[in-house]
Design a protein around this ligand. Structure first.
Ligand code: 2U9
Length: 344
């Protein structure tokens, strides 16, 4: 039996030396020291020994167990150390390697344009106001001199939700609400940016959802020349000090007289080219003196108060300024398009 024990020790230590994985060591431990292990088997045979042999073999068996256990512990420590080094190697971070680029987003081009226009008018003392996109028929139309059945209503194909509720077709209702809120005795100087909706089939220049910025200035003695002066400053700040503006007669139900404002074409300096369709001028916005009916229903006495208003489409201004050829790009969320305008 002593030879058996030595053979067991020898084989166990050899196997332990050859082991490359921690779980192999676990297997060896069970195979030799486990309940059914070969050393345990031998010990179970000790009953057959003489009482002289038993302590000798017992002593030997303990030595073998300690030798195997010690070797197992050492090899386990070695393999764990190796495992850790391999792990560290694998996880080693080469600090000289460039970091993963953190994708930094940016403001949508329309947001940039709207904020640029807002800053311009805030600089001229205007407040920025917002209002509900789901609007009442009263504030979207009637308060703006567009009574039920008025033909001009059809100019603005509308998404009706109910008889009285609709998706606003312009931001003008916010101005009407503000005038009411100011109870007809305080000046109003505001701009209102926001999304508007028209039941239009989308194409390169029309989108069923687009953005507008409208402005309103109501006080005593507000004149057409104040509108022209304001729009001239706006055009020069937005498109360049060298740009000229011109006002053409137009019609809007909520302003009288009404104008369209053009700016001189940047490409041909007004001589006429494909961009300005040979006219030398690019249409930018509409405006006019607030219609007395609109002042009246908002509680402002048109014999005391006058005002001017204007409206523009930031989508169109962005397309002109950056040469964008299709308005739908603004609403398709294609990062390849959007990231071109990310300001660093
Ligand atoms: C009140 C009184 C008057 C707002 C105005 C325009 C002219 C105008 C167009 C610009 C581009 C619509 O999106 S667009 O096609 N708007 O030309 N808007 S005057 O007039 C108002 C608004 C509110 C109380």
């Amino acid at each position: 039996m002593k030879e058996q024990l030595e053979t067991i020790q020898k084989e166990a230590l050899e196997e332990i030396k050859k082991a490359e994985e921690l779980k192999e060591l676990q297997g060896i431990k069970v195979a030799y020291l486990g309940k059914k292990g070969s050393l345990t088997q031998v010990l179970r045979g000790m009953g057959k020994l003489s009482k002289e042999e038993r302590p000798v073999v017992g002593e030997k068996a303990n030595q073998v167990r300690e030798a195997i256990t010690k070797s197992l512990d050492e090899e386990t420590a070695n393999l764990e150390k190796l495992e850790m080094e391999k792990q560290l190697e694998k996880e080693a971070i080469d600090v000289t390697l460039p970091g993963r680029p953190i994708k930094v987003g940016g403001a949508h081009l329309l947001t940039q344009i709207i904020e640029e226009i807002e800053d311009l008018f805030i600089g001229m003392g205007y407040e920025v106001r917002e209002g509900p996109e789901v609007e009442t028929d009263y504030f979207n139309f009637e308060a703006l001199n567009l009574p039920k059945g008025h033909p001009a209503r059809d100019m603005q194909d509308t998404f009706y939700i109910t008889e009285e509720l609709l998706m606003r077709t312009h931001t003008s209702p916010v101005q009407a609400r503000t005038m009411l809120e100011y109870e007809g005795d305080k000046p109003v100087k505001m701009i209102c940016p926001g999304k508007v909706y028209r039941r239009d089939s989308d194409d390169a220049t029309h989108s069923h959802q687009f953005t507008q910025i409208e402005g309103l200035y109501v006080d005593k003695h507000v004149r057409m020349s104040d509108l022209k002066g304001t729009l001239d400053i706006f055009a020069k700040k937005m498109f360049g000090e060298d740009r000229k503006i011109r006002l053409r007669p137009s019609y809007f139900p909520f302003t009288e007289p009404s104008v369209e404002m053009d700016i001189s074409c940047k490409v041909c300096q007004g001589k006429g080219c494909s961009v300005c369709k040979g006219s030398g001028w690019i249409e930018i916005l509409g405006g006019g003196m607030v219609h007395p009916n609109v002042l009246q229903v908002a509680g402002y006495d048109p014999d005391i108060y006058t005002g001017f208003a204007f409206g523009m489409g930031p989508d169109r201004i962005a397309m002109l300024k950056y040469g964008v050829d299709d308005i739908r790009h603004f609403y398709r969320n294609d990062i390849r398009f959007l990231q071109q305008f990310h300001q660093a």
